[in-house]
Each structure stands twice: as structure tokens, then as C-alpha cells.
Design a protein around this ligand. Structure first.
Ligand code: MN
Ligand code: ZN
Length: 497
């Protein structure tokens, strides 16, 4: 994994070297531990704050090099605004923001976790640590001449000084599992398609076995036997064989219906015979972000020993233009028996998912299915990159996803489904066609998926705008954002454990 921090909790003490990070409220008000640390500096911080017009507002920071009276090389004061307004997610952002203020040359940093009200609670200190961990991620394995900035994360040791070390460590353990899951998802999305092709993707998913996840890989022969012809049709133009990977985490009651997470894993999407234009086609190495999220999520659930039964299922293919590639006009019979006319070979993600959704529904009778896919450009036209599109046949599941997304900052916006849209994918020659035209393109894609889920509660997240190349935040500087891991982990933790 790339760019990991060495992170630990320790009791309050003023460090003798490295970078010292303190938090203050509006009005440059400090907590007791920070005041103790600053005692030898006299009125240094107040004078610097006045000179820099620093008031402790949220998102602002004051940076002092070689502060007189202290042994540390640098003192960073981070404003939090009004401490009593801070929610859990704000502490995650603060941790990320603090990481961002630590210069590339530093090898050590200490964050003093207190505010005017007193020590930051262990749970919240753990959120700080989570934010720092997420921010520290860097994908640099192909940089042979590593920049200083990238080297930092690998070497930097961050200490978070807290009132209760054991309690903070306990609170951080499950968050560390989730941070690792996010890093796994980001790695997979960032990895180029010449390295990460379906077999290699399946091999990497296989490493979840170490955590007690049961991993089953379906090859071409098995999928042919099952009749997964929609998925196989997408991959038939590639030199790389398609795979479906089923991951099972059994942490819940024996026999209890599992939660199912399904991911689109198009390792590279050229568009196929309906080939894409050249501009930004390189981004299509990220067309497997849904599958990456599912692998990251399964890691998180297993690593924190979630008390739940969960299935992760990913369809992994490469969509190439080739003499063997499928054509517009081709008709495929899906595993469900329904037929699909291929109008545009670039609308391939829904073909992959149609078979995986049906397979999961039939074999595991899940409590619900949630699929994630970089499915349509249309969702980016509709929502930009701030929200993922949410489609669901179940109001309760949809409401939970919206609520959890708002809480943790991976937001989803519910979009409509309905018979009027469904009719747009009726085909002249088959049961349905794989595009409904330009109008409502993200919706008609979701309508196709819905035809493969029967009555099972189901939600579809179109993450084309949020999974890659999304705006940089306090907790993400990576092209592949790992979107969905934290959202779904929290959904499980809050409602299903
Ligand atoms: Mn496509
Ligand atoms: Zn695609």
C-alpha cells in the first residue's frame, strides 16, 4: 500500500522536536494542554496571530518556524471555528487539514488533541487520526524519482497526544481498518490497466483470504455454464479473460441473509466498437472503481470483524475494440433468461452488472443489494462531482444511504425511477436494449439494472463523478478517491450490525 503514516497515540506532553500542531477556537482560544505547551513562548502566538490576522476561524492556520521558547522546529495552529459546532466528520477533516500543514521535510509531528472545553474525546481523537491517515495516502509506486512530498508520508511519524491513550487506540482500531479499505480501493483505481487486468484484479481480491474472507473466482468456463452471456459479451474482444469474484464475510449469525455489494469492474473501457474519442480516454482505467470499492469495503468489514454476513461480488472485464469484440446490433441472452440488444458497446457496465446482480440474487437471497458503478457520463451532467447518483426500489434503504452519506461526507442524491423511463429501453428485437438514448441517460441505465433485481431491496450508486478525478479535499489528494468504502461501512455499522 502506498504512503502510509506511522501513527500513534500518547499522553499529553510537549514534544522536543518535529512539528507541533495545536487546535484553537475562534478568538484564538486554546485548551488546557495547548496552553501548557505554549507557556514558555509568552505572547508569541498572540503577536503572530495579530500580525497575520489569524482569528482561529474554521479552515485557517498559523504557521511559525523555529518558535522561540520551544524545542520544536515548527508550530502550527489550526483554527476550528466554534468548537461546540464540530461534528464527527469535522474532526476527520481537521485531521486531514493538519496533515496538509506538515511540511514535506518533517519526519515527526505531534498533534495535541484538546480545545478550550478540554481534551478532545477519544472517539473524536480517533476521527482526527482517521483524517490524517486518509490525507497521507499517495499513489507513488511508479515515481522512480520520488518527490520530497511523496516521500514524507512513508516516513512521517505522527503522534496524537490525548487524555486517554487506551480509549483512543480502541476507538481508532475499526477506523484504521476502514482507512486501509479506502487505500486499497484508491490503489486499485489508480493502478493502470496494463498492470490491473481482470485476472490480476481477481488475484488482488484473493488477498482478502488472509482476513478470513471466502473468495471464489468464476472463470470463463464457469460463467459460460451459468449463462452469464451479457458479461462475457463485454469481455470477448479482450486478450484478457473476464472474471467474476465472489467474496464472503460471515461475521453475523449463521444462516442470516447476507447484505450484498456488487461492483462494476471494467478494468479498461475503450468503448469497444462504439469507440470513445481519444480525449481523456486514459481515465477509463478507473472504470472499475465500483469493484474497487467493494474490495475495499470487504477488507474494512473483515479487518474490523463486523458482526454481519456480507457478500461482495464484482464482474471484472476489459472492453476492447477487436475482431472478436461484440457489435452494435448483437443480442445477448443474460443469465436471467432476458435478452438484451446491444445498441452501443460503450454502454457495457450495465451488461456486466445485469448478470452479476442476477447471480447474487439467485444464489444468496440477500437482505438487500447495493451496486456501485462508474456507469454514466450523464450522472456527471446531472450532479457534477459533489454527489453520487442514487437509484433505489426501496425507500428505507435510500433514506439510510442519504443520511449516512451526509454524516460522513460521501453524499448521494436520489434520482427517479419509473415505468415511463423503463419503457425507453424496450427494444424492437429483444426484451430490452442497452441504451435509452441521451435523455435521462443515468436513469435508463438504472432501469436496466432494475430489471435484474426482482423484488429484492436494491440501490444503485452511479459513482462516475465521485470515484475518480473528483475535487481534492482535506482527506483526499488521490485521483482515485475510494468513494463508497466509508459510506457503506458506516451504513453497515449503523443499521445492520
Ligand atoms: Mn462504457
Ligand atoms: Zn464503462
Amino acid at each position: 500500500m502506498s504512503g502510509r503514516l506511522k501513527l500513534e497515540f500518547a499522553p499529553f506532553a510537549t514534544p522536543a522536536k518535529g512539528v507541533l500542531v495545536l487546535f484553537c477556537e475562534e478568538g484564538v482560544k486554546f485548551g488546557p494542554a495547548a496552553r501548557r505547551a505554549l507557556a514558555p513562548t509568552g505572547d508569541l502566538v498572540m503577536r503572530a496571530a495579530a500580525a497575520d490576522r489569524f482569528k482561529g476561524k474554521s479552515g485557517s492556520a498559523l504557521d511559525l518556524v523555529a518558535p522561540p521558547g520551544l524545542d520544536v522546529s515548527r508550530l502550527v495552529v489550526i483554527g476550528v471555528g466554534k468548537a461546540r459546532d464540530l461534528k464527527a466528520q469535522d474532526f476527520v477533516k481537521l485531521g486531514g487539514g493538519a496533515m496538509g500543514k506538515i511540511p514535506a521535510t518533517a519526519s515527526e509531528a505531534t498533534l495535541i488533541a484538546d480545545l478550550p472545553g478540554g481534551a478532545i474525546r477519544p472517539e473524536r481523537a480517533a476521527e482526527l487520526a482517521l483524517g490524517a491517515q486518509l490525507r497521507a495516502y499517495a499513489f507513488d509506486r511508479y515515481k522512480t524519482k520520488r518527490k520530497e512530498e511523496e516521500e514524507k508520508a512513508a516516513k512521517l511519524k505522527v503522534t496524537i497526544a490525548v487524555a486517554g491513550v487506551a480509549a483512543a487506540e480502541k476507538a481508532f482500531a475499526p477506523r484504521a481498518a476502514v482507512a486501509d479499505g479506502v487505500a486499497i480501493a484508491r490503489d486499485l483505481v489508480n493502478e493502470p490497466a496494463n498492470v490491473l487486468y481482470p485476472e490480476e484484479f481477481a488475484r488482488r481480491a484473493g488477498s482478502l483470504k488472509k482476513l478470513g474472507v471466502v473468495v471464489e473466482v468464476l472463470g470463463i468456463k464457469e460463467m459460460k455454464k451459468l449463462g452469464m452471456n451479457a458479461l462475457l459479451g463485454v469481455g470477448q474482444g479482450s486478450e484478457h479473460e473476464s472474471r467474476t469474484v465472489i467474496m464472503r464475510w460471515n461475521g453475523g449469525k449463521r444462516g442470516a441473509a447476507p447484505l450484498a455489494f456488487v461492483g462494476k469492474g471494467v478494468c479498461f473501457d475503450t468503448g469497444g466498437i462504439s469507440i470513445k474519442p481519444a480525449g481523456n480516454m486514459e481515465d477509463m482505467k478507473g472504470d472499475m472503481a465500483g469493484a474497487a470499492c467493494v474490495v475495499g469495503l470487504m477488507h474494512a468489514l473483515a479487518a474490523r470483524k463486523a458482526k454481519v454476513n456480507a457478500i461482495g461480488a464484482i464482474g471484472i472485464v476489459e472492453n476492447m475494440a477487436d475482431g472478436k469484440a461484440q457489435r452494435p446490433g448483437d443480442i445477448v441472452t443474460t443469465m436471467s433468461g432476458q435478452t438484451i440488444e446491444i445498441i452501443n458497446t460503450d454502454a457495457e457496465g450495465r451488461l456486466v452488472l445485469s448478470d452479476v446482480l442476477h447471480y447474487v440474487n439467485k444464489h444468496f437471497k440477500p437482505k438487500f443489494m447495493i451496486d456501485l458503478a462508474t456507469l454514466t457520463g450523464a450522472i456527471i451532467v446531472a450532479l457534477g462531482q459533489e454527489y453520487a447518483g442514487l437509484f433505489a426500489n426501496d425507500d428505507k434503504l435510500a433514506e439510510r444511504l442519504v443520511k449516512v452519506g451526509n454524516e460522513i461526507g460521501e453524499r448521494v442524491w436520489r434520482m427517479p425511477l419509473g415505468p415511463e423511463y423503463d419503457k425507453m429501453i424496450d427494444s424492437k428485437f429483444a426484451d430490452m436494449k442497452n441504451t435509452g438514448g441521451r435523455h435521462g441517460g443515468a436513469i435508463t441505465a438504472a432501469q436496466l439494472l432494475q430489471r435484474f433485481v426482482d423484488k429484492t431491496p436494491w440501490a444503485h450508486l452511479d459513482i462516475a463523478g465521485t470515484a475518480m478525478g473528483s475535487p481534492q479535499t482535506e482527506i483526499n489528494r488521490s485521483w482515485g478517491s475510494g468513494f463508497g468504502v466509508r459510506l457503506l461501512d458506516r451504513l453497515v455499522a449503523e443499521y445492520y450490525e
